[in-house]
Design a protein around this ligand. Structure first.
Ligand SMILES: NCc1[nH]cc(CCC(=O)O)c1CC(=O)O
Length: 306
């Protein structure tokens, strides 16, 4: 009998693209494997009106899929690593991370090219405190407001004139063939991305040795080490995707170079640290320690009690 792998995914177009990307890679590596995609809606998809950071953040978009995985209704869960909390529930683990897409944030506007061209008071949509804080630090005259919904919904709200510009991930727009909507890819020095941004991860049950084995060819080792360093930093800071915590690890001459950032939501305080090394976990620890020494814990605690 042909082995069957059931992929659990959110039903949004971006999530389905990612699931199909994993399915195609599995087919390429194992032509005799059957793959089925099972779409699910998550509480993050249903609670579309509340600001993202107020929704108890951790794992909002992944929880129901993880429950299906634990209940053996699916064999693997495909996620944007950006949405995956620092720690997996007991019995689950990230078994593979695929090659990373462009990590940058995208500025999307129908009227101007750069954020600096926006008039004072112009309304910019972003649901991420991390993006807001970094934008406001450089352009305090802008008004940054929450925008929810999947990528297409956010673009529609921009097109309707509800915002002068919105900020999205370049990766998501490229995957949905919407990269021509990007007016300006914001350099990482200006908008340091979210931990894991642009990387697709695959979660399995820890005891599922057969599936772990099947996923081996899908692992991109250099992305894996980068995301491991970023997530190690985030775990020490107690961060999740709703906090204004950013990190980016990149390879530079056989070494990992990790930059980290913790910001207050209004952009008035912005802590930065960086280091390089070869051990991703130790590097994450080093950058987290530098941020903590600058007072990161107080900022994080303030936001968690918002
Ligand atoms: N939270 C939604 C989400 N999760 C991952 C991406 C983009 C793709 C990626 O970073 O891998 C997006 C949309 C966005 O931030 O614009």
């Amino acid at each position: 009998m042909m082995p069957l792998i059931r992929i659990g995914t959110r039903a949004s177009p971006l999530a389905v693209w990612q699931a199909e990307h994993v399915r195609d890679a599995l087919h390429a590596a194992h032509p005799d494997t059957q793959v089925e995609i099972i779409r699910m809606s998550t509480s993050g998809d249903m609670l579309l009106d509340a600001p993202l950071h107020s929704l108890g953040g951790k794992g909002l978009f992944v929880k129901e899929i993880e429950e299906a995985l634990l209940a053996r209704q699916v064999d693997i869960a495909v996620h944007s690593m950006k949405d995956v909390p620092a720690l997996q529930p007991k019995g689950l683990e990230i078994a593979a991370i695929m090659a990373r897409e462009d990590v940058r944030d995208a500025f999307v506007s129908n009227t101007v090219v750069h954020p600096e061209d926006l008039a004072p008071g112009a309304r910019v949509g972003s649901s991420s405190l991390r993006r807001c804080a970094q934008l406001l630090q450089k352009y305090p005259q802008l008004q940054v407001d929450d925008v929810r919904g999947n990528v297409a919904t956010r673009l529609r709200k921009l097109d309707e004139g509800q915002y002068s510009a919105i900020i999205l991930a370049v990766a998501g727009l490229k995957r949905l063939q919407l990269h021509e909507r990007i007016t300006y890819a914001i350099p990482v020095e200006q908008s340091l991305p979210a931990v894991g941004q642009g990387a697709v991860g695959i979660e399995i049950r820890t005891d599922d040795i057969a599936t772990r084995e099947l996923l081996q060819p899908l692992i991109d080792q250099s992305t894996w080490q980068c995301v491991l360093a970023e997530r190690s930093m985030n775990r020490i800071l107690g961060g999740d995707c709703r906090l204004p915590v950013a990190a980016l690890a990149e390879w530079q001459e056989q070494k990992l170079f990790l930059r980290g950032l913790v910001a207050s939501p209004d952009g008035s305080r912005l802590l930065r640290a960086e280091a390089s090394g070869t051990d991703p976990v130790a590097l994450g620890q080093e950058v987290a320690d530098q941020l903590l020494a600058q007072g990161a814990a107080a900022i994080i605690k303030e936001i968690q009690t918002l």
